[in-house]
Write a protein that binds this ligand. Structure first.
Ligand SMILES: *Cc1c(COP(=O)(O)O)cnc(C)c1O
Length: 398
């Protein structure tokens, strides 16, 4: 019996959902169940359904219930990484099946589509999902998923989840939303009509850059069973310590996201006025092409900011090499600020022409704005931009 009520709000559910005090000793924290197997009461009579930890583990159960509650879904399934969650979705497909996907996806998602599952005869069509009509036109009889990311990575383009859901419901296709960037605190795709929400728990949900994990959250029981089959049969499941770390992270998700968003907005406004910066991309800026949709669809605008340096790859790399507090690293969503240059780093696996065609400028820099003091972060970017100016006078002149 859960002590959580239907009416409990997000921040309350984040701390309590899936997490009951231990009935025997009152321990508040969910134990890390370091066990691979479970004593059975009689042959084939596992206690509480637990027989082997690839299949289920109580720490993982707590996390799955917690995540389901945060996304407003009935079921959660956790994986050893976000890509393992994507893998489980694709494991359901058979040769000839088709997926319509955004053309501005996380680089690793593009890679598993193109370099792993295309070899098995799964077909992918990439479209600009910011235009729902393009999604509709790309649908085929064999289409199994429409797979979108909003805000997307790294261009922070928004897709209107409700508009796409209208199309997928009419066509009887499943809508998958990668909600990693927004988190359920800012946006809840299931409520907007999506069928499956995917997370890289590695990012904001874990929140402290100390764990890699993934999850699927959904409402359909038979689809849940099918995906749980692949979760177990393929075996990309997280260990109990990983689940514990994410459970610790989700407790503070709301307060962290508030601060990530406030810091990111201040930094975006600062960069917008900087002479070396061509363009700042942040959904919270009035200059963002979809600022109106962002206000409708999201509670706040998140912690990711991208900007294009005048002077291309060299200028972008110069800024990213000269920050003190922003650490040069891939990944995002932790309490510490990170900086990276997608063309040379996270998106290097996408061919240059494909990258440019999708609007990814050579001078693109991506920030994962942390929760340090905003004045320190702005000062750090300021001095790195100054150094980039001296390093790349051509960039400054253009
Ligand atoms: C990181 C990320 C993934 C992949 O997750 P991993 O945990 O690294 O496997 C998928 N989608 C988005 C948007 C991501 O940022």
């Amino acid at each position: 019996m859960s002590h959580i009520r239907e009416s409990d709000r997000f921040e309350t559910r984040a701390i309590h959902a899936g997490q009951e005090a231990n009935p025997e000793n009152g321990a508040i924290m969910t134990p890390v169940y370091f066990t691979s197997t479970y004593k059975q009461d009689a042959p084939a009579k596992p206690r509480g359904g637990y027989e082997y930890s690839r299949t289920s583990n109580p720490t993982r159960t707590a996390l799955q219930e917690n995540l389901a509650a945060l996304e407003g879904g009935l079921f959660g399934l956790c994986f050893s990484s976000g890509l393992a969650a994507t893998n489980a979705l694709l494991d359901r497909l058979v040769p000839g099946d088709h997926v319509v996907a955004g053309n501005d996806l996380y680089g690793g998602t593009y890679r598993i589509f193109k370099r792993v599952f295309e070899r098995y005869g799964i077909r992918f069509t990439f479209v600009d999902t910011t235009e729902p009509a393009q999604v509709e036109r790309a649908l085929e009889a064999a289409t199994k998923y429409v797979y979108i990311e909003t805000p997307s990575n790294p261009l922070l383009r928004l897709t209107d989840v409700a508009a796409i859901a209208t199309i997928t419901k009419r066509a009887k296709k499943l809508l998958v939303v990668d909600n990693t960037f927004a988190t359920p605190y800012l946006q809840q795709p299931l409520a907007l009509g999506a069928d499956i929400v995917l997370h890289s728990l590695t990012k904001y949900l874990g929140g402290h850059s100390d764990v890699v994990g993934g999850a699927l959250i959904l409402n359909d029981a038979s689809l849940r069973d099918e995906l749980a089959f692949f979760q177990n049969a393929v075996g990309g499941t997280p260990g109990p310590m990983d689940c514990f770390l994410v459970l610790r992270g989700t407790k503070t998700l709301g307060v962290r996201m508030d601060r990530h968003g406030a810091n990111a907005l201040a930094i975006a406004r600062y960069l917008e006025k900087h002479p070396l910066v061509d363009r700042v991309i942040y959904p919270g800026l009035e200059s963002h092409a979809q600022h109106g949709l962002a206000k409708r669809q999201m509670k706040n605008f998140g912690g990711m900011v991208s900007f294009e340096m005048k002077g291309g790859v060299a200028a972008g790399n110069a800024v990213a090499s000269n920050t003190r507090l922003f650490t040069l690293a891939e990944s995002l969503g932790g309490v510490e600020s990170l900086i990276e240059t997608p063309p040379s780093m996270t998106h290097a696996s996408i061919p240059a022409e494909t990258r440019r065609a999708a609007g990814l400028a050579d001078g693109l820099v991506r920030l994962s704005v942390g929760i340090e003091h905003v004045d320190d972060l702005v000062a750090d970017l300021g001095q790195a931009l100054d150094k980039a100016r001296t390093a790349s006078p051509a960039g400054a002149a253009r």
